[in-house]
Structures are given as structure tokens and as C-alpha cells.
Design a binder for this molecule. Structure first.
Ligand code: CA
Length: 273
């Protein structure tokens, strides 16, 4: 009997330890909606989490906009949305979303949350500017006036650090780099967050920015590379060692879309007049 009791106690201890471990490693994000608050982290009505980024006046979504976020928009607005053949789950980044679509998402979400009195009239969602995105990936000052002039100009700086090739677990990148096991997109938050608490600032999907590549050229900027890092205007002409630089800019026409392109939103607070 004594040894049976000991075995039972041991089992209890193992189970308790495993439960505790599971709770520490997989604690769910705080999904309770909260008011933005100046410079404070908050969670919006879709469960998107935002944190302030030093050097910008905006709060950044910690994740790329997810399938579940964009689906809520598509459902509410009867929008047709083509899905990729690899069928991403709800917590993967939304893809096949153009810059124009991303703008419509931001307008819809702003209006929705103003109606719900979650946002004040001076607060709105939008795409990050190219300069804000640079701050969010941890780049310092960049020489040049336009994204085109700044592109590829800071050597040896990557979203994961200074080394090349990227270490295992650096993010969801091109299969040739052997740093992850995802063939296509991956759930947001699968890799470590950067110093500001942002996930996937490198890899998974390219992220639309607000800016034109060069004033009047009609192209919009994409940052961060993707699971399919060669998808872009450089198509195999530029080595991945360049494509994946924190300072590299991809470009696309605003109405174009791809299975490797998504977006991240920021919340802006306009200064009171
Ligand atoms: Ca991959």
C-alpha cells in the first residue's frame, strides 16, 4: 500500500509539474479589450495587441494582421477574399491582401471602434510609414530622403541581429536557409519577439507600408521579407543576404497581392488642434 501511495504521489507531482510547464509556455495572450491609453499596451476589439515603439508616435500591432482579423472585416463588409491554396489557419497572417485592401481594413476598423467608443476621434488605424517601420525593426538613422534612397544601405543589420546566415529560429524564411520548418506562412508569434515586443518583423509575410517607393512612382513599399523571400521585383537577381537586410525595400503596385504579402497596422493619435 505504501509503495502504491508513493507511486500515486509521484504521478501527481509529475502531472502538476507538466501542467505548470504548459501554463508557463502557452499562457494565452490577454484578450480583454482595453482602451488605448497614451503610450500604453492595449488590446483592441479584434484581440489585436498593440505596443508603443520608441522613436515613433504610433502604437504597433505586435502581430501581422491575422486571417481571423481580416475575415471579420471581410464578413462585415461582404468582401470577396481569395484564399491561398495552402489554407492558412486563423492565426496565420492574412495574405492575398493588396495595399488598397489594407487601407480599407484600417478605415473599417477605425470606424467600427469609434462607433463602439473604443477610439477617440483623434485616434485611427493605418499602415506604418516606411520610417516608422524602420524604427520598429530597430534601425537607427538612415541616409536618404525616400525609401528608394534608403533601401539596402545599412549592411549587416538583420531583424534577428548582425550575423549571416541567419541562425535557426530567426523567423519563417525561404526554405533554402534551413532556419524553420514552415513551408508557407506560420502562426503569428511562432518566433521570438524583437526588443519592442513585435513578432515576425523579419520573415513570414512582407508587410505593406504607407509610402511610395519614390514620390510619384506609383509603387508602395513592402518590408521584412517572407517565407518566400524572393517574391518581389528582384526575383533571383539579388542574393538573400541583401533581400533580408532590415533596410531592404520590396515594391509592388498598390492593387497587387500575393501569398507572401500581408500587413501590420499601427494606431495613430493625431495631436489635438
Ligand atoms: Ca520557412
Amino acid at each position: 500500500m505504501k509503495s502504491l501511495a508513493r507511486v500515486g504521489w509521484l504521478l501527481f507531482l509529475i502531472l502538476a509539474a507538466r501542467t505548470a510547464a504548459a501554463q508557463t509556455t502557452a499562457s494565452p495572450p490577454d484578450l480583454k479589450p482595453s482602451a488605448p491609453g497614451q503610450g500604453q499596451p492595449f488590446t483592441n476589439s479584434l484581440g489585436m495587441r498593440f505596443v508603443p515603439v520608441p522613436g515613433t508616435a504610433a502604437s504597433f500591432s505586435v502581430w501581422d494582421t491575422r486571417v481571423q482579423d481580416y475575415q471579420a472585416f471581410a464578413n462585415a463588409t461582404d468582401r470577396q477574399w481569395a484564399k491561398p491554396s495552402f489554407v492558412p489557419s486563423q492565426d496565420h497572417p492574412a495574405v492575398i491582401v493588396s495595399w488598397v485592401d489594407a487601407q480599407a481594413f484600417c478605415i473599417w476598423l477605425t470606424e467600427k471602434e469609434r462607433k463602439e467608443e473604443r477610439l477617440k476621434s483623434n485616434e485611427s488605424y493605418r499602415l506604418p510609414s516606411d520610417a516608422e517601420w524602420s524604427a520598429a525593426v530597430g534601425l537607427g538613422a538612415e541616409a536618404g530622403a525616400t525609401p528608394q534612397e534608403k533601401s539596402l544601405k545599412i549592411p549587416n543589420r538583420y531583424p534577428w541581429g548582425l550575423q549571416w546566415p541567419p541562425p535557426s529560429g530567426a523567423g519563417n524564411y525561404d526554405a533554402s536557409l534551413h532556419v524553420d520548418n514552415f513551408e508557407y506562412t506560420s502562426p503569428v508569434g511562432s518566433f521570438a519577439a524583437n526588443q519592442f515586443g513585435l513578432f515576425d518583423m523579419g520573415g513570414n509575410v512582407w508587410q505593406w507600408c504607407e509610402d511610395e517607393y519614390s514620390p510619384g512612382d506609383g509603387y508602395r513599399v513592402l518590408r521584412g521579407a517572407s517565407w518566400d523571400s524572393y517574391d518581389g521585383w528582384w526575383k533571383a537577381q539579388t542574393p538573400l543576404q541583401q533581400v533580408l537586410l532590415s533596410s531592404s525595400r520590396n515594391i509592388r503596385a498598390p492593387a497587387s497581392f500575393a501569398t507572401s504579402i500581408g500587413f501590420r497596422v499601427v494606431l495613430e493619435r493625431a495631436l489635438a488642434p
